[in-house]
Design a protein around this ligand. Sequence first.
Ligand SMILES: [Zn+2]
Length: 103
Amino acid sequence: MVSAELNANQEVRVYSEAQQLATAQNVLDTHVTSSATGRCLACGVLGPCFRRETAMAVYSVKRWLPRRIPGLSQPERIGARRVDLAKAALRVGRMRLRGGPHA
Ligand SMILES: [Zn+2]
């Protein structure tokens, strides 16, 4: 599917599906809602901003999921830290072997 927009000079610009998704992904990568303030890191409004919502709608229509870059929302500002899933699984396994609290 292609989309088109009319610019100020009344020229029609046609976007291919790949261009639409690339543009939407670019918006999603820059218009990120901060974990700490709840505001868009690009426009400063309480997020998610309309640009992000529009980009999400593009993906929704295509039934695709956007690429997600971990850490863009700056979770470290609220004290969140990344969990190593492999290490966490090993820890749970060891607790079960020892008859830990959830055995
Ligand atoms: Zn924004």
